[in-house]
Design a protein around this ligand. Structure first.
Ligand code: C2O
Ligand code: CU
Ligand code: CU
Length: 476
């Protein structure tokens, strides 16, 4: 079909598309476990379950202490928290603390295997600033499938600063976690994980959005300031969040902590693995719709034809008022400087190439992708970092945008394609979107990761990670 006619057809189709119907499912809020009110250890059981995404239809899922996803665990800086993970899913897995600054032996990477019916009993000495982190499986070749089934949950770290700031902090009331995922359904039943060769390339994307395990959700909140803690917990999909009517909202935190001050924005792009906290002013009591543009997998970016979906309908209860507010100052960030860099490392994320290309990763599904010419190999340590050193990592990737993540620390972005980061990206992070240009990040590694339990760096498109776009490093 002629491109112009096709475009006109699409335009007219979207013009006659009706307003989205009212959201009809109450947003599920994962139960909260506060580490300070638990006597002894926190117990999390990985289990098989049956979750109703659509009323009356059960899907086969997995969860922690439940059918799908897991409780939100509140941790405190300078506390040590003991957690016991019991594996009842009938196969081996691991539980990684994504964003936690902890040693390799309790990091939950591919080496921290929990066999069926085994208990992984760990103590997490929390030593980092307030931030929204998460836990999910990380077994080599199985991460995508296990996360897709529902194994994921949040770790909220609090510190003196976060407890003193006047921000909304009533969990589930005016401080709301939003785990954004995408799944496919047939007659209401979630389709089990599988990935075709194309889905390995683009990453597995579902057609239906699922927020905290809820399809088409709404929430009712008090008037005043609303704080949303967003996690892109999807295997591969990127989102461009915005409020319908393009109203401004404020970004207050990146993965590793608060920004120095709130930054007013109208759209927020998030890649898999990223977390951001935003604040929305609901003092007028008017219903809002949190929306997202779903960019295509290829590098062509967002167009007028990109799909738009509602993430959450936010209804306001006019009889209740939330006490939280938006402070003008949030944090002090100690900026590491380029002059203080001890080591520079370079990482190139590569997709399988046609024969004759300069890079060939591997030949089968387990090693289709690579970093610096090599697919992930558990027996190989790729980088050795000196504990306490200041490092600058330069990262680039081919074919599409890749969310690069590393374990054991948070970093600051120094530059992307030669430009300094936007104000809203100038906080501590542990996932950064890289494309064909160069992205530079700076950080220090202060915790030990031995050859037995090394840290990982990888693409957070889980299909890419599982198929080899990952490497291992020690910190000693
Ligand atoms: Cu969220 Cu190495 O992973
Ligand atoms: Cu991680
Ligand atoms: Cu990737």
């Amino acid at each position: 079909m002629n491109k112009l006619i096709f475009a006109l057809l699409l335009l007219s189709l979207s013009a006659c598309k009706k307003e989205a119907p009212q959201a009809n499912n109450k947003l599920m809020i994962p139960p909260l476990i506060d580490s300070r009110t638990v006597d002894g250890s926190i117990r999390l059981t990985l289990q098989n379950g049956q979750h109703e995404f659509f009323a009356g239809v059960k899907s086969h899922t997995k969860g922690f202490n439940g059918d799908y996803l897991g409780p939100t665990i509140r941790l405190y800086n300078k506390d040590s928290t003991r957690i016991q993970f019991t594996n009842r899913i009938g196969e081996a897995t691991t539980v990684h603390g994504h964003g936690l600054h902890v040693e390799g032996r309790v990091d939950g990477g591919p080496q921290n295997k929990i066999l069926p019916n085994e208990i992984w009993d760990i103590i997490l000495p929390i030593d980092q600033e307030a931030s929204t982190n998460w836990y999910h499986p990380h077994l080599m070749g199985k991460t995508a499938e296990h996360v897709h089934a529902g194994l994921a949950g949040l770790y909220l770290v609090e510190d003196d600063n976060s407890m003193q700031l006047p921000l909304p902090k009533q969990y589930g009331v005016d401080d709301i976690p939003l785990i954004v995922q995408d799944r496919d359904f047939v007659e209401g039943e979630m389709v089990d994980y599988s990935a075709t060769e194309n889905e390995l390339m683009d990453g597995k994307r579902g057609k239906t959005l699922v927020i905290n395990g809820t399809v088409n959700p709404y929430i009712e909140v008090p008037k005043g300031w609303l704080r949303l803690r967003l996690l892109n917990g999807s295997n591969a999909r990127f989102y461009e969040f915005y409020l319908k009517n393009e109203q401004a909202f404020y970004k207050i935190a990146t993965e590793g902590g608060f920004l120095e001050k709130p930054v007013a924005i109208t759209k927020l792009t998030m890649a898999p693995g990223e977390r951001n906290e935003i604040m929305i002013n609901l003092s007028d009591g008017v219903t809002r719709e949190l929306m997202a543009i779903l960019p295509p997998a290829d590098n062509e970016g967002v167009t007028v034809f990109s799909k738009k979906e509602r993430i959450l309908e936010i209804r306001v209860d006019p009889t209740a008022t939330a006490p939280g507010s938006l402070p003008t100052s949030l944090n002090t960030i100690r900026r590491l400087k380029k002059e203080d860099v001890d080591v520079v490392r370079t990482f190139t994320l590569e997709m399988e190439m046609d024969e004759g290309a300069d890079v060939m990763c591997g030949t089968d599904r387990n090693n289709m992708f690579c970093i610096n010419g090599k697919p992930m190999n558990r027996k190989r340590i790729d980088e050795k970092v000196n504990i306490g050193a200041t490092e600058l990592w330069r990262i680039t990737g081919d074919m599409m945008e890749h969310p690069f993540h590393m374990h054991g620390t948070s970093f600051l972005i120094l530059s992307q394609n030669g430009n300094p980061p936007l104000p809203e990206d100038q906080g501590w992070k542990d996932v950064v979107i890289v494309d064909g240009g160069w992205t530079e990040v700076i950080m220090q590694f202060n915790y030990e990761a031995t050859e037995e339990f090394p840290y990982m760096y990888h693409c957070h498109i889980l299909e890419h990670e599982d198929a080899g776009m990952m490497g291992q490093f020690t910190v000693e």
